[in-house]
Design a protein around this ligand. Structure first.
Ligand code: ADP
Ligand code: MG
Length: 623
């Protein structure tokens, strides 16, 4: 096919081997090709790269991609070369003569794409050079780096405004997965996008399973969890450097190839850990949150949070590093009330009252997520203002709903106590004080406010403090109580709460809130997604070996050859002809020509093996 008059759909097939666009990709590509400024907000794994790679492939000029992920530029360029697209990158890892060579190529128009590190923009002459290279568009990946409000601010990104001024006619595509409104507006403003078309995809990541386990004997649980997933890559996040080091050692002792990663390591060591992980030489990275944006590894199969994350946004972003390839992946959080209390104490030490209030509210939402018995995905997406209409069926609470009991009496006692306090004092109080009153506590506040004279004083003595606190938080989650803004979080009865209090509605509570705990704690989480059968697994492993060999020969990471998603599809479909192989998603024309024979040979060999073994492998386990 001719390079330049290809329509986007056939180019998608020809180069990338994908039968269809993912949501919003086609619209974005068309607007980009029409020369519009575009702002695209798509979650991790949605396929943002394709939004600039595809237009680059079907255009004559050069597409410049600005990205802060220098460590990944080579891989991305290699990935493009492997599908037959000429691309290059300029960053500080190159020697001067190599840079000069590449710049000559750029002047001759040899490349469709140029990946550029943002600090290049600060060097003399670079902006002038750009103007000489027939730039057709600029794509700004991880565009939130331009905003000081975001967590990855890069001052060099500010130079983009200048580039914009110099080349006002060159359209800009800004891409990000950032979820905060303020950062989004800041991006559009800072880049001075002209009448941009804005796209925002749902933040739902249906292939991720969310789970929370009570943090008890967490180390054993972690080791069991990781060992149960014997050939899969994952990330374990923990708070402190010390903890990260110790977890890596413990996993090593259990026979798992794991490495620590934190800001205290030398840059060389960090780069090395990241490299080993990307190339599947290390299976698990134990990391602080310093291990972040640079992880573009598509086949991260699990993300475990050993400690409580700072807030739900951080949790979403960190878990988002799992399952970029669209295959099932797991997110596990270890939660304990003790962790939350430690965090609270830490927050109390903050100087600024405002900051304290924000941090408390964020922690509260994080705990709500962890303690809730409802759909976790709904809570998570709700945080970003997205509504999930039906339960997700892919979190622990949906898959194994916790047992429940009739909590109507508990609720009435609690709610009436909230009402009595307000009636008597004329102001609202927080959860802790309500529980003090219910328990008949002799505290200073109780005495000062004369709350020992209330009819609800001491009516809850038969139930422990922990249970009352958990129940109170559950009533808030259920919407029976509203929590007013502000540091104290005073409680107020809602209409739904009134209905319960006046006997028009009953309440069911999860057993976790009941006086005796029954929810299982220790076991490693059950396997969630339907696992492929043994036959498919065996072939998948064989295909991985072939991929590994081809990758090593070319000195590239395995996923540059084919993604796990593509190998899985091959193992499932078992094509035995080049035509059949070509129809597997992710197999484009060039990869078919270069790698097809090797993979076909492996499939055919596997067919022979299973047939000559009398078909035993065909029978499901235990049949
Ligand atoms: P993002 O940058 O949005 O996190 P990537 O661009 O890294 O996502 O893409 C994630 C994965 O999805 C990659 O493995 C990519 O090859 C794959 N992908 C992208 N678009 C498609 C598509 N239309 N069909 C199938 N796979 C796709
Ligand atoms: Mg990306």
């Amino acid at each position: 096919m001719s390079l330049f008059d290809a329509d986007p759909r056939s180019a998608l097939e020809h180069y990338f081997g994908f039968p269809a666009f993912r949501p919003l990709q086609e619209e974005i590509v068309r607007d980009v090709l029409a020369g519009r400024d575009v702002f695209a907000l798509l979650p991790t794994g949605a396929g943002k790269s394709l939004c600039y790679q595809l237009p680059a492939v079907v255009s004559r000029g050069l597409t410049v991609v600005v990205s802060p992920l220098i460590a990944l530029m080579k891989d991305q360029v290699d990935s493009l070369r492997v599908v037959g697209v000429s691309a290059t990158f300029l960053n500080s890892s190159l020697e001067a003569h190599e840079i000069a060579r590449r710049m000559q190529g750029l002047a001759r128009g040899e490349f469709r794409l140029l990946y550029l590190a943002p600090e290049r923009l600060c060097l003399p002459n670079v902006v002038e050079n750009l103007a000489n290279w027939q730039i057709e568009r600029i794509a700004i990946d991880e565009a939130h780096c331009i905003s000081e409000w975001g967590h990855d601010f890069r001052p060099e990104y500010r130079r983009l405004a200048e580039v914009r001024l110099r080349m006002p006619q060159v359209p800009v595509l800004a891409l990000t997965a950032t979820a905060t409104e303020r950062v989004r507006l800041d991006i559009i403003q800072q880049l001075a996008l002209h009448d941009p078309r804005c796209y925002a995809a749902s933040f739902n990541r249906p292939n991720l399973t969310y789970r929370v386990l009570p943090k008890a004997r967490a180390l054993d649980q972690l080791v069991a969890f990781v060992r149960a997933r014997s050939s899969e890559s994952g990330i374990v996040y923990a708070h402190s450097r010390k903890q990260v080091e110790s977890l890596a050692l413990k996993l090593n002792a259990a026979g798992v190839a794991a490495r620590p990663y934190h800001a205290g390591l030398a840059p060389r060591e960090r780069a090395r850990a990241q490299d080993l992980f990307r190339r599947d030489d290390v299976r698990v990275i134990c990391a602080t949150v310093a291990f972040g944006m640079g992880i573009d590894k598509p086949n991260v199969r699990f993300v475990v949070h050993y400690d409580l994350p700072k807030n739900l946004e951080a949790y979403y972003q960190e878990t988002g590093r799992a399952g970029r390839d669209g295959l099932p992946a797991e997110c596990l959080l270890f939660f304990s009330g003790g962790d939350a209390a430690k965090f609270r104490a830490f927050i109390d030490e903050k100087e600024d009252e405002n900051e304290r209030a924000v941090a408390r509210a964020q922690l509260r939402m994080m705990c709500d997520y962890a303690e809730s018995s409802g759909c976790r995905r709904r809570t998570l997406l709700g945080y970003f203002g997205e509504r999930l209409e039906v339960d997700c069926d892919n979190c622990d609470n949906c898959l194994e709903p916790p047992p429940t009991f009739d909590g109507t009496l508990l609720a009435r006692q609690f709610l009436s106590c909230v009402v009595r306090v307000r009636q008597a004092s004329g102001f609202g109080v927080g959860l802790n004080h309500i529980v003090d009153v219910l328990l008949g506590g002799d505290t200073e506040k109780v005495r000062t406010w004369n709350h020992d004279r209330l009819s609800t004083f001491g009516i809850g003595k038969g139930t422990s403090r922990d249970v009352w606190l958990a129940a109170g938080r559950e009533f808030v989650r259920l919407g029976l109580l509203l929590r007013t803004a502000g540091a104290r979080g005073a409680l107020e009865l809602s209409n739904a709460g009134r209905a319960v209090l006046f006997g028009r509605r009953d309440i069911t509570l999860p057993q976790t809130v009941a006086p005796t705990k029954t929810r299982r704690a220790g076991a490693a989480p059950s396997q969630t997604s339907a696992r492929p059968d043994g036959l498919e697994d065996a072939l998948f492993e064989a295909l991985r070996v072939v991929r590994r060999r081809l990758a090593d020969e070319r000195d590239v990471p395995a996923y540059v050859i084919f993604s796990d998603a593509t190998l899985r599809a091959m193992a499932r479909q078992r094509p035995t002809t080049l035509g059949g192989l070509r129809s597997v998603s992710g197999v484009g024309d060039k990869k078919l020509a270069d790698f097809g024979a090797a993979f076909l040979a492996a499939i055919v060999a596997d067919d022979h093996r299973t047939v000559s073994h009398g078909g035993t492998a065909m029978e499901p386990d235990g049949a």
